[in-house]
Write a protein that binds this ligand. Structure first.
Ligand SMILES: N[C@@H](CCC(=O)N[C@@H](CS)C(=O)NCC(=O)O)C(=O)O
Length: 124
């Protein structure tokens, strides 16, 4: 029963992800120089996520709209290193989670609303 529910949830998530991918987003436009500056910043940002999670899909849409090259990390794979890292650093497996690395520190940001607000404030 648990497996069946999990399969249903994953299937539904994949369908939502596919529909979201089909719906176009109006991307922020930047000059090549501006985009390069943004890319230099986003190289230090990673999104820990599940492919079919609705909160992650919403976050990925914002990333697409803001035209950001942010790498995604699969935290769904139970044997995966990224899930283990997320659990170790935040104390739980909750996605989406943004890992923001700067010279002095690494920040782990949970909550879709906070992540979207952060990205919009910094990059729009
Ligand atoms: N309040 C959180 C909710 C996020 C959430 O519920 N994420 C689910 C995936 S859709 C999760 O991390 N579940 C943990 C698990 O399935 O192990 C947000 O808005 O980001």
């Amino acid at each position: 029963m648990k497996l069946l529910l999990k399969g249903f949830r994953n299937g539904l998530g994949a369908i939502i992800a596919f529909i979201s991918w089909l719906i176009p987003v109006s991307k922020v436009k930047r000059s090549a120089e501006q985009q390069q500056k943004v890319d230099e910043q986003t190289i230090h940002i990673e999104l820990y996520q599940f492919f079919g999670c609705p909160f992650c899909i919403k976050t990925r849409r914002t990333i697409r709209r803001l035209n950001l090259n942010i790498i995604t990390r699969d935290a769904q794979n139970r044997q995966g290193v990224f899930r283990a890292e997320l659990l170790k650093e935040t104390g739980k497996v909750q996605v989406p989670c943004l890992k923001i690395t700067s010279d002095e520190k690494v920040e782990w940001m949970l909550e879709t609303a906070d992540i979207i607000a952060y990205l919009e404030k910094r990059f729009s």
